[in-house]
Design a protein around this ligand. Structure first.
Ligand code: AP5
Ligand code: MG
Ligand code: ZN
Length: 217
C-alpha cells in the first residue's frame, strides 16, 4: 500500500496523473478540488460555503477539506491513495499526518511537479472535461480522438471550470506560492520529496512518476 501526494501549482498536471494512477494501480484518487466541486453542484452546506471562495481562487478552510479527506479514506478498500490538491497549507499537512496515522497508513512520497508558471495559464485556459464521465482533456495538448466525442464514454457534452479564467488563475497561483509552497521544507526534512519535470509531455511525466513508485528512480 503506497500513499503519495502530488504537489504542484494549478495546471501542473496533478489531476491528469492521479486519474491515470487510479485507473492503472487500484489506488484511490483523492482530489479536494473535485470533492468541493461535487459539493457545490449538489448544493450541500459545504458547497454553499465553498462556491464563492473557489470562484475567487482563494483557499477553502482547512477544517472543511481535512474532513472531506477523512470521510473518503474511511471504508476505502484501495491499494493506496493519491492526494491531489491536498494538503495545501501547513495546517493541512499536520492534519493529514494524523488522518493517515489513525488509519494505519503512512506517506511514501511527495511528488513535486516542477513547472514554468507562465505555461500554466495556457494549460488551464485550454482545459475541459467530459460532462458525463469526467475524463480530462486539453484543446491543444490532449484533444479528444474524434472531435467533440469523449474517448472514454462517447458523450458529446463537455464542461469548463468557472475558475479557469486568467484572473482567477493568477490568484490561485499566488495562493499556491504563499501557502502551499511553504509546506515543501516540512516534507524535505522527512526526506519524502521527489521532483519530476512537469513541463515534459504527459506520457513522459507518467514515466517519471512510475519510476519513482516502482523504485527504479
Ligand atoms: P483544484 O481543483 O485542486 O485546482 P488546482 O490546484 O488549481 O489545480 P488544477 O486542477 O487546476 O490543476 P491540475 O494540476 O490538476 O492540472 P490538470 O491535470 O487538470 O482546486 C480548485 C479550488 O478548490 C482551489 O482554488 C480552492 O479554492 C479549492 N480547494 C481545493 N483543494 C483545497 C484545499 N486542500 N484547501 C483549500 N482549498 C482547496 O492539467 C491541466 C491541463 O493541462 C489539462 O487540460 C491537461 O490535459 C493538461 N496537461 C496536464 N499535464 C500536461 C503536460 N505534461 N503537458 C501538456 N498538457 C498537460
Ligand atoms: Mg486538478
Ligand atoms: Zn466521457
Amino acid at each position: 500500500m503506497m500513499n503519495i501526494i502530488l504537489l504542484g501549482p494549478p495546471g501542473a498536471g496533478k489531476g491528469t496523473q492521479a486519474a491515470r494512477l487510479q485507473a492503472e494501480r487500484g489506488m484511490i484518487h483523492l482530489s479536494t478540488g473535485d470533492m468541493l466541486r461535487e459539493a457545490v453542484a449538489a448544493g450541500t452546506p459545504v458547497g454553499l460555503k465553498a462556491k464563492e471562495i473557489m470562484a475567487r481562487g482563494e483557499l477553502v478552510s482547512d477544517a472543511i477539506v481535512s474532513a472531506l479527506i477523512g470521510e473518503r479514506l474511511d471504508g476505502s478498500t484501495d491499494s493506496g491513495a493519491i492526494f491531489d490538491g491536498f494538503p495545501r497549507t501547513k495546517h493541512q499537512a499536520a492534519a493529514l499526518e494524523i488522518l493517515l496515522a489513525e488509519r494505519g497508513r503512512q506517506l511514501d512520497h511527495v511528488i513535486e511537479l516542477d513547472v514554468d508558471e507562465n505555461e500554466l495559464v495556457k494549460r488551464i485556459t485550454g482545459r475541459f472535461t467530459c460532462a458525463k464521465c469526467g475524463a480530462g482533456y486539453h484543446d491543444t495538448f490532449r484533444p479528444t480522438k474524434v472531435e467533440d466525442v469523449c474517448d472514454v464514454c462517447g458523450s458529446t457534452e463537455f464542461k469548463r471550470r468557472p475558475d479557469d479564467n486568467e484572473d482567477t488563475v493568477r490568484t490561485r497561483m499566488a495562493e499556491y506560492r504563499a501557502k502551499t509552497e511553504p509546506i515543501l521544507p516540512y516534507y524535505e526534512a522527512k526526506g519524502l520529496v521527489r521532483r519530476v519535470d512537469g513541463m515534459a509531455a504527459i506520457e513522459e511525466v507518467s514515466a517519471q512518476i512510475d519510476a519513482i513508485l516502482d523504485g527504479s528512480a
